[in-house]
Design a protein around this ligand. Sequence first.
Ligand code: ADP
Length: 581
Amino acid sequence: MSRILIANRGEIAVRIIRACSHYGHTSVAVYADQDIEAMHTQLADEAYALAGTSAGDTYLNIEAIISAARVSEADAVHPGYGFLSENADFAAAVEDAGLIWIGPTADTITALGDKVTARQLAQKVGAPLAPGIDRPLNDASEVESFADEHGLPIIIKAAHGGGGRGMKIVYDLAEVSGAFESATREASEAFGRSECFVEKYLERPRHVEVQIVGDGHGRVVAVGDRDCSAQRRNQKLIEEAPAPGLETDQRERLHRSAEAICAEVDYRGAGTVEFLLAADGTMTFLEVNTRLQVEHPVTEAVSAVDLVAEQFRIAFGLGLSLTSTPEPVGHAFELRINAEDPGRGFLPTPGRIDTLQAPGGPGVRWDAGVRAGDTVQPAFDSLFAKLIVHGPDRSAAIARTVTAAKELVVEGPATVLPCSLDILADPAFTAEDLRIHTQWIESELLPRMDAQKRPALMAESDMARMTIEIDGKLTTLGLPSSLFARMGALGGAASTADGSGSTGSAETAGEESGSVTAPVPGSLVDYLVEDGAEVAAGDDVAVLSAMKMETRVQAPASGTLTQVAKVGDTVSVGDVVARVE
Ligand code: ADP
């Protein structure tokens, strides 16, 4: 039995801690300052401080994590997803420290992390691949001749890009050289490497991916496929398994290609091979993610394979538990529960979770990194929980997912849940052949969606609600909050009302006309206009950064702008960052 250090936080750390407990391993958590009381810190057998509040100082700090592994006498490290999970230097540092790295070798991470070498591997094994130039480009003229030969649109991508960044789509030949210049410039700024390549751009494709596990000695088995086309900003929101509407030969081709690509590098551990599938049936290899995915539970639900246990088996030399692709049983969905407001363009809304009631019922799995009273931290990702629902077939699974989503109560931060419910009710999504694509949420769904009302608006803040029973029938009773406050002062049973009343939102503070206020908590990255400049109502005047995302703030009126904060300042929702007079 091992002592496994989990170099992560949130729901995935909790997921891995549970797996440690299931299989008799000791779990060792690490935590940033603000996570001292977090669920993963409390649930782990032991927890060690990383000392710091930013991701860079903590969960991305290789030295601090290796030192925590030494102090805790861990003998293995599980990286989860995100943070350092696809960092070859970290994988090497773990092994150099004499520890077991629960993941593929540093060489595999390097080879597959480079999109050009990954494309070359896909080419070599005959995986489906849109036309492209499989080496770094020298100049724009190469892109122009590629477009001449294969037609438009095309996409120029950073070889070392990630997170949906460093990509330029080109629809017009005249734009090629400008797009090439900006792609290489952005690539070197964002990833420190300027190499770019080009491939044909597939319009309105679905995102389909294959979960694989490999033993590190050339044996690779596809565990199943998933569809993750419901995305916003190229980031997944709803995933499902198996991918609906695939022809048998398409599925076969995807599975065998994924196995072949990974077998080529003697892949060790769990990984995901991503593809795009166009409406005309064209498929193309996209990339390999050399780690556990956020959406791994949908595959677990339909395959009955515990993917974290499989990672343990492989890392500890026990080999794979499966010899061939299991036939999927039923259908599963995952809703990512992110603290974001879809009514405001998926603006992150971190904050305290006042109420959290998880759903239940047949086939329902709740993977959360928080409990009621915890805070969704602005310094980290907005994903704080996942709802995974399994049913006997796709439509039954949709019905169960809708029921569970409606049962789920989150009060405090806004969540993506209203948008997810709209998606689950849309005929394009419920169609057996899934008629959505990766840009569908933004292009089709959002324009039709009403702006979501933010929870905890001031107008409701004078009212507290509680559920009571009258003559055997449940009903909701609304009372002035002040009444509960007075009852609390009398020392009565007022605690039952705690949390059930909406609290005043700081959002409206500082919203007097002329004030430019922060719509998200975060840090002020930059002013876009000089102090004292003339601005028009609606102009972008400042950039805030919260939860790895940049948000622009607009002038509420026309006039002269006065800056009232400093670049780098930390701001809360409603804080005034500028005035327009
Ligand atoms: P990243 O590593 O940044 O996530 P990917 O190569 O996985 O980059 O691409 C991210 C997204 O960009 C895809 O999910 C897809 O929506 C879009 N995309 C990438 N390549 C193509 C292509 N050739 N045709 C159409 N869309 C593409």
